[in-house]
Design a protein around this ligand. Structure first.
Ligand SMILES: C[S@@+](CC[C@H](N)C(=O)[O-])C[C@H]1O[C@@H](n2cnc3c(N)ncnc32)[C@H](O)[C@@H]1O
Length: 228
């Protein structure tokens, strides 16, 4: 998909001296030259991240019509939009999403404004879901501090909390997918996932920026017999 999106004309941002910082000019240039940003605008997705989930789903067949899905870290809503299309929510499927930021309503998505760190959040999700989840996805990312190891540690914590939620919410044979900034703790996390999922995959979609250390960890075929 990414190949079709590539357009070779590069936009340069000219700015008046002193009107913008170098980093904001770079950000703007990157946005204007990013084929996934233009595609998201054209396709009506709220985020370029939507294409990461589309690729993940093409590769691992996460979704079927009628499934129940939990989307962790859902703002502004791109992943929830993609999920709603695939599970046919609200007609057949069900989606419960959470984020600390607000999300404009999406047809077929039950949104909870809350943090994965809140003690009550999993119970709140469970009540809204009214049953187990077939798939738990997490694109949660910490606010970027610019300090590499701080951001990596925070990303690991969010991935661990996403896994904790998945172990409680998933149905037998369910699927878990979470974003992680690669680094310290990755192998330990994968080791824990191996206890509960019969297959573990690591995948970096084309839509994931090459200069980003993010990767997606996928657990297939959840086995809840191994829960203590
Ligand atoms: C990359 S964005 C998600 C983009 C989304 N998947 C989409 O396609 O629109 C990461 C999100 O994680 C959320 N997040 C960060 N910490 C969180 C937490 N403790 N609980 C819930 N969400 C969190 C952020 O607010 C942010 O909206």
């Amino acid at each position: 998909m990414s190949k079709n999106l590539i357009n070779n004309t590069r936009v340069k941002v000219k700015i008046k001296k002193g009107s913008k910082t170098v980093s904001s000019r770079r950000w703007l240039e990157r946005q204007l030259n990013d084929p996934y940003v233009s595609a998201a605008k054209k396709d009506g997705y709220r985020s370029r991240s939507a294409y990461k989930l589309i690729e993940l789903n093409e590769k691992f067949n996460f979704f079927k019509k009628g499934q129940s899905v939990v989307d962790l870290g859902s703002a502004p809503g791109g992943w929830s939009q993609v999920t709603a299309e695939h599970v046919d929510s609200p007609n057949k499927g069900k989606i419960v999403s959470i984020d600390i930021k607000d999300v404009e309503p999406i047809d077929g998505v039950i949104f909870i404004n809350g943090s994965i760190m809140d003690d009550e959040i999993i119970e709140t999700i469970r009540q809204k879901l009214q049953g187990g989840a077939d798939v738990v996805i997490s694109d949660m990312a910490p606010y970027a501090s610019g300090h590499k190891s701080t951001d990596q540690t925070r990303s690991l914590l969010l991935a661990e909390l996403a896994l904790d939620a998945a172990l409680i919410l998933l149905k037998e044979k369910g699927i878990f997918c979470c974003k992680l900034i690669r680094g310290k703790g990755e192998e330990e996390l994968v080791k824990i996932m191996r206890v509960y999922f019969s297959e573990i995959k690591r995948f970096k979609p084309d839509a994931s920026r090459k200069d980003s250390a993010e990767i997606f960890l996928i657990g297939l075929n959840f086995n809840n017999q191994n829960l203590a």
